[in-house]
Design a binder for this molecule. Structure first.
Ligand code: ZN
Length: 337
């Protein structure tokens, strides 16, 4: 807490705590990443905290650090101190912020990874200038975050929003969450592969590159592969992409009916294939939203910060803690609260 850069916003560390890797970066007050270390994610809570401790200490040897923010794929308590549950991490009801604060003697905050990402896009990226922003991170599933009137919306229990589990098809595809027909079962990388396999099953005579690959091993098909095949003009892949685009537009129409955002940011691995589907998704959204033709529509953009967004947002939220009353910081940063 004594480390500060005179006359500048303090440097902070943002850490993306993923199921596979930990990536920790030193981030400055303009959202620039100055230095990064990465290591595999250990499988026990103790070893994971040791690894986080090591990463921060390594960065701290090279930079003066004021605070640490963790972007965690999981449910976080509303005081941002405890990981309630994270399906891919060894933490359950774990007071991670207190444990790391004690070890590092630095303020440590936790944030849901999608919340951290939308905050970064709002401060430094695709959501700059937005007012009511929805981030939809599309990968194997859908992660989502809301910014309402420039403030992160964390719900009453730190759990909202789970837009990926809006039920869009009653009795539809089974979802790991235990329900059926969730939006992410139709609008994700996983869904792209599932849709392609379904299309091939209804028309087994189709002889395309993708059909031959699926014929050999249906389990090997990924959303990335479908997107690649669509780029090459494979008709089955293109049909799967069109279906995905329709579900993306429809889902965004549902989301707009609830939140009326002015800006939507599409992030996650699938966003790199946005040229394949974004125009069609925008058209479907414009058709499906209530009051179509008689209302302004949300702008739909793709991520600017990409995979670094969670880290940058966590670092920026940690910086805001330093500006809170009772803490000394050189300049007041806008708080995410
Ligand atoms: Zn679900």
């Amino acid at each position: 807490m004594t480390h500060r850069v005179a006359d500048a916003l303090p440097l902070t560390v943002g850490i993306d705590v993923g199921g596979t890797n930990i990536r920790a970066s030193v981030v400055d007050g303009d959202g620039e990443v100055l230095d990064t270390v990465q290591s595999p994610t250990p499988h026990s809570a103790r070893a994971l905290e040791d690894a986080l401790d090591r990463a921060v200490r390594e960065l701290r040897r090279r930079h003066p650090i004021g605070a640490v923010g963790l972007a965690v794929a999981g449910f976080i308590s509303d005081d941002r101190s405890t990981v309630r549950f994270a399906p891919h991490l060894p933490w359950q009801d774990a007071p991670v912020a207190a444990r790391l604060t004690e070890r590092l003697e630095l303020p440590v905050i936790l944030e849901h990874d999608a919340n951290a990402a939308v905050w970064a896009e709002y401060r430094f990226g695709a959501a700059a200038g937005g007012h009511n922003v929805v981030l939809v991170a599309i990968g194997t599933g859908i992660g989502a975050a809301l910014l309402i009137e420039g403030t992160l919306y964390r719900g009453s229990h730190g759990i909202a929003p789970e837009l990926g589990h809006l039920q869009v098809v009653p009795q539809g595809r089974a979802c790991p969450c235990g329900k059926r027909g969730c939006w992410e079962r139709y609008c994700s990388g996983t869904a792209l592969a599932d849709t392609a396999i379904e299309l091939l099953a209804t028309d087994p005579g189709r002889s395309t590159v993708l059909a031959r690959e699926v014929g050999r091993d249906p389990g090997s098909l990924t959303g990335r592969r479908v997107a690649g095949a669509a780029q090459d003009g494979d008709p089955v892949a293109l049909a799967a992409i069109a279906d995905f685009a329709r579900w993306l537009g429809l889902g965004l129409a549902f989301v707009s009916d609830i939140f009326d955002p002015d800006l939507v940011v599409i992030a996650g691995g699938v966003s790199s294939s946005a040229p394949l589907f974004l125009d069609e998704a925008r058209e479907e959204y414009a058709r499906a939203v209530t009051g179509a033709g008689h209302r302004p529509l949300a702008r739909i953009r793709t991520t600017q910060l990409g995979e670094a967004a969670g880290m940058i947002g966590a670092a920026e939220l940690a910086r805001a803690v330093l500006a809170e009353p009772g803490r000394r910081a050189s300049r007041v940063a806008r708080s995410g609260r």
